[in-house]
Design a protein around this ligand. Structure first.
Ligand code: PEP
Ligand code: MG
Length: 572
């Protein structure tokens, strides 16, 4: 058994197909006779034309299945093929230095990769991956005409390889590929993001030892939730995992049946179960999942992975798409939460010693009012198309909230002057993710219409435990009594002021925490759409009285471990 990084959930059991090793690297500087120049130039041209054709086909497929944002990855690849300095340099090497076509591709790719990797700008550094992807494709076309991909079996398989590029992921036959396992890569790679969007279970970073053991046709189990990779498993392991996979499928089916039922307890206490989302293309699938709306749209994803910021029109289109899709169900859009671990190459943010305590979220928006105003105008304009709520992240000081609201009022005034429609009743809320704000919830409750607790940050700020640091991960827990008390305090203060509280950190999607949060009075649970049906099922199987008892007892305990064990043993 090998352990990698789980990047896309689900269990896959199927024989391995090894992604053919990289096309043999042309011996560096492989030379040709002068009389073969024309021939080599021609095969380079053919390989480029074929790559353009392949990528255009993939782009269309990505557009249909995944929307324009993901398709843009392929446009970047095509742009390199069209860039005269890229292909021109390859031709020059064939003509002037008598390189073979593969040697020319190899050398120019290396040169461009080094160039991009040496740049200061992170966005440009990431372009090195695009060059790798494109040049791999060209080399493959030169050696085999992409037979590498034509050769997949028409029966279930798990793809195993050193790494897999985004365009390769898109090229997999969806009807047969059951999983992807790689030696390299990680959860935020584009290939991982695509695997999740396509619903292919995936584990990356399994290591070289995994790759050495993985041979075509061997049976394999991949668990995209735990990161386990079993090669040639025993009959016993196979039957355990087959059962686990069956259980997952049953769960999905049972939960599907609840899809259109409300999140209401056995004794009639109604709450909302909503989805978190990051890119507008997810909207239509989320609407179909029967949830009560969107509890957190992380708008920063519109600003990531690009070298210029989205203008008002682009933002308006994105927000409008989501709000209209939900047809009157509430959609909470959070203003830009850049900084921390969310890098925005287009903004050239300063490098900081303590990014999570630094220039982040609302602090950036207030320091760059022109940027903030653009977003607020786009949000307001989109509010005319459904039920949009605006939420501000990382508020710690009352003045920040007031300044943000003042800028919002200014934007409204501008729109009124230009007679642009927007929702005059639009509700404004704030994230409760900094302990100081939670402790002052009564003061904040007078100035907003709702709170949403962000436990991901609240835990790290309350316990002084960096949410990204694996070596102290055992100290990071939302069951810590101090965190629970802050949550209870925020909910109580909101209710006293007549407003409501949601929770949009990972805790909202943990079914073990559902009864506890319900009993504390939480009004809205928002998390990844895949896990929320389980939360809804928990809500529908208890009473508010029972949940209150659970909350009261859990709040009397004095350690995170005690709370966890109590909740765990209770559900066993
Ligand atoms: C949170 O902090 O809990 C939250 C939902 O925001 P993010 O994870 O985007 O920081
Ligand atoms: Mg946060």
């Amino acid at each position: 058994m090998f352990k990698g990084i789980p990047v896309s959930a689900g269990i896959a059991i199927a024989p391995i197909v090894r992604l053919a090793a990289q096309p043999p690297v042309a011996a560096a500087g492989e030379k040709i006779d002068a009389n073969r120049i024309a021939e080599e130039l021609q095969s380079l041209e053919r390989s480029i034309a074929l790559a353009r054709e392949q990528l255009s086909g993939l782009k269309e497929k990505a557009m249909d299945q995944l929307g324009p944002e993901k398709a843009a990855i392929l446009s970047a690849h095509i742009a390199f093929l069209d860039d005269p300095s890229f292909a021109g340099e390859m031709k020059a090497r064939i003509e002037n230095q008598l390189c073979s076509a593969p040697a020319a591709v190899q050398a120019v790719a290396e040169q461009f990769i080094a160039l991009f990797e040496g740049m200061d700008n992170e966005y440009m550094r990431e372009r090195a991956d695009d060059i790798r992807d494109v040049s791999r494709r060209l080399l493959r076309n030169l050696s085999s005409g992409d037979s590498h991909f034509a050769g997949f079996p028409e029966e279930p398989f798990i793809l195993a390889g050193e790494d897999v590029t985004p365009s390769e992921t898109l090229q997999l036959p969806l009807a047969y590929v059951k999983g992807i396992a790689t030696a390299k890569g990680g959860p935020t790679s584009h290939a991982a993001i695509l695997a999740r969007s396509l619903g292919i279970p995936a584990v990356m970073g399994g290591g070289e030892a995994f790759l050495a053991a993985a041979e075509t046709s061997q049976m394999m189990i991949l668990d995209g939730t735990t990161g386990e990779l079993w090669i040639a498993p025993s009959e016993e392991q196979l039957s355990i995992f087959r059962e686990k996979a069956r259980q997952e499928a049953d769960d999905r089916e049972a939960l599907d049946a609840l899809k259109d039922l409300p999140a209401v307890t056995l004794d009639g206490h109604r709450v909302h179960v909503a989805a978190n989302m990051a890119v507008p293309e997810e909207a239509e699938a989320l609407v179909a999942s029967g949830l009560d709306g969107v509890g957190l749209f992380r708008s920063e994803f519109l600003f990531m992975d690009r070298d210029s910021l989205p203008d008002e029109e682009e933002q308006f289109d994105a927000y409008k798409r989501v709000v209209s899709a939900f047809q009157g169900k509430p959609v909470i859009i959070r203003t830009l939460d850049a900084g921390g671990d969310k890098h925005l190459p287009a903004m050239a943010l300063p490098k900081e010693e303590n990014p999570f305590l630094g220039f982040r979220a609302i602090r950036i928006s207030l320091a760059r009012p022109e940027l903030f105003r653009t977003q607020l105008r786009a949000l307001l304009r989109a509010s005319a198309f459904g039920r949009l709520l605006i939420m501000f992240p990382m508020i710690s000081h009352v003045e920040q909230l007031r300044e943000a609201k003042r800028l919002l009022e200014e934007a409204k005034e501008e729109l009124r002057m230009s007679k642009a429609p927007f929702d005059e009743q639009l509700a404004v809320g704030m994230m409760m993710e900094i302990p100081s704000a939670c402790l002052q919830a009564d003061a904040f409750a007078k100035e907003v219409q709702f709170f949403s607790i962000g436990t991901n940050d609240l835990v790290q700020y309350t316990l002084a435990v960096d949410r990204m640091n694996e070596s102290i991960a055992h100290l990071y827990s939302y069951y810590h009594p101090a965190v629970l008390r802050l949550i209870a305090h925020v909910i109580d203060a909101s209710h006293r002021a007549g407003i409501w509280t949601g929770l949009c950190g990972e805790m909202a999607g943990d079914p073990l925490a559902t009864e506890l949060l319900l009993g504390m009075g939480l009004d809205e649970f928002s998390g990844a759409a895949a896990v929320m049906p389980k939360v809804k099922a928990r809500i529908r199987s208890t009473t508010i009285d029972q949940a209150r008892k659970v909350a009261r007892y859990a709040l009397s305990l004095s350690s995170a471990g005690d709370v966890y064990r109590y909740l765990h043993d209770k559900t066993e």
